[in-house]
Ligand binder design. Structure first.
Ligand code: UDP
Ligand code: MG
Length: 315
């Protein structure tokens, strides 16, 4: 069986349509499936819609988060709940073309364990948004060591890979990169990002920035090492300036060094503040990890009784 995992946040208008489209495609291709909607603490009627869909179709199940935990948590919850031999993760807004699931499934049958969907075009986006996304992807590619430029969350994972992913104990799991990090026999398929039919993207530029920083920090400690490099640079600069000041003193041309003093003062204190900020950020991350809180809390489940969901889960 194939489990289709669909994170949904404020998607009330799309649940019915997405369910119908995916079930139609998969039944035509004769692929036995289950659909798992994870409602990421939506504020609209998404959960009611999911319950309706579960009543209408025996293949549909749903889990409702007690609040918004973010898409990564929703994906993990879906993977944890899934029962299939393989799982596909797909956006609720049909921006990931569902026809491709069949292609992915066939590749899985041929023995591939991870089939990554890669964006061959990003669809229409605002200029600022696509610039920010571009900057994020080049940073995250450098941090993870994988080419993430065209990576997406649309992918098929074999049960083996799913079990590895759900047992990673990271609080801040970056699904998109972790699926490359875990290895396995991987292949890629290309897809065009479709227009979002209803509603709008849940990512503001601010949210994207926060997401970017957090994921870069979870994959790389380079920013902390920047502190060391900056410190070394400052040391060299102060040696040079110190030399100049000494020579001036010896030649009797001292005084008037006020500007230099102010400049050094400003420069070094700003570098120190940046450094403390970066270190603080990582300490905060360590604190988050060490608390070991559950990554999400499921308050309700619905559908076919086969749900593994029993309230909150710490995985
Ligand atoms: N999503 C979610 N939790 C969030 C934000 C988004 O589960 O906090 C879901 C959303 O319902 C959709 C998918 O993640 O199914 C992608 O979101 P969106 O379309 O807003 O992002 P974009 O396509 O712009 O990357
Ligand atoms: Mg979308």
């Amino acid at each position: 069986m194939l489990s289709v995992i669909i994170p949904a946040y404020n998607e009330e208008k799309l649940i019915g349509k997405t369910t119908a489209v995916i079930l139609d495609i998969l039944s035509k291709a004769r692929i036995p499936c289950e659909l798992i909607f994870v409602d990421d603490g939506s504020k609209d009627n998404t959960w009611e819609q999911i319950t309706e869909a579960a009543k209408a179709h025996f293949q549909v199940r749903g889990a409702h988060f007690s609040r918004n935990f973010g898409k990564e948590a929703a994906i993990l919850a879906g993977l944890t709940e899934s029962l299939g031999e393989c799982c596909v993760v797909i956006d609720c807004d049909l921006q990931h073309p569902p026809e491709k699931i069949v292609e992915m499934y066939q590749l899985w049958e041929r023995g591939y364990e991870i089939i990554e969907g890669q964006k061959s075009s990003r669809g229409s986006e605002g200029r600022l948004h696509s610039l920010a996304a571009k900057a994020f992807y080049s940073l995250i590619s450098a941090a993870t060591g994988f080419d993430m430029a065209n990576a997406s969350d649309f992918k098929l994972l074999d049960r083996k890979a799913v079990d590895v992913l759900i047992n990673l104990r990271e609080q801040n799991a970056f699904f998109r990169a972790l699926s490359s990090w875990i290895g396995f026999k991987t292949t890629y398929i290309q897809f065009d990002v479709q227009e979002r039919e209803i509603g709008q993207s849940k990512w503001s530029t601010a949210a994207l920035t926060k997401y970017a920083l957090s994921n870069i920090a979870s994959f790389s400690t380079v920013p902390m090492q920047i502190v060391t490099v900056l410190g070394a640079l400052m040391f060299v600069v102060s040696l040079i300036l110190g030399g100049i000041v000494l020579v001036q003193k010896i030649l009797g041309q001292a005084l008037g060094g006020f500007t230099t003093v102010i400049l050094i003062q400003l420069f070094s204190s700003s570098i120190m503040m940046i450094s403390l900020g970066i270190i603080g950020y990582y300490i905060a991350k360590i604190y988050e990890e060490i608390k070991g809180r559950p990554r999400y809390i499921i308050s309700e489940t619905c559908g076919s009784g086969s749900s593994k969901g029993t309230g909150s889960k710490s995985i």
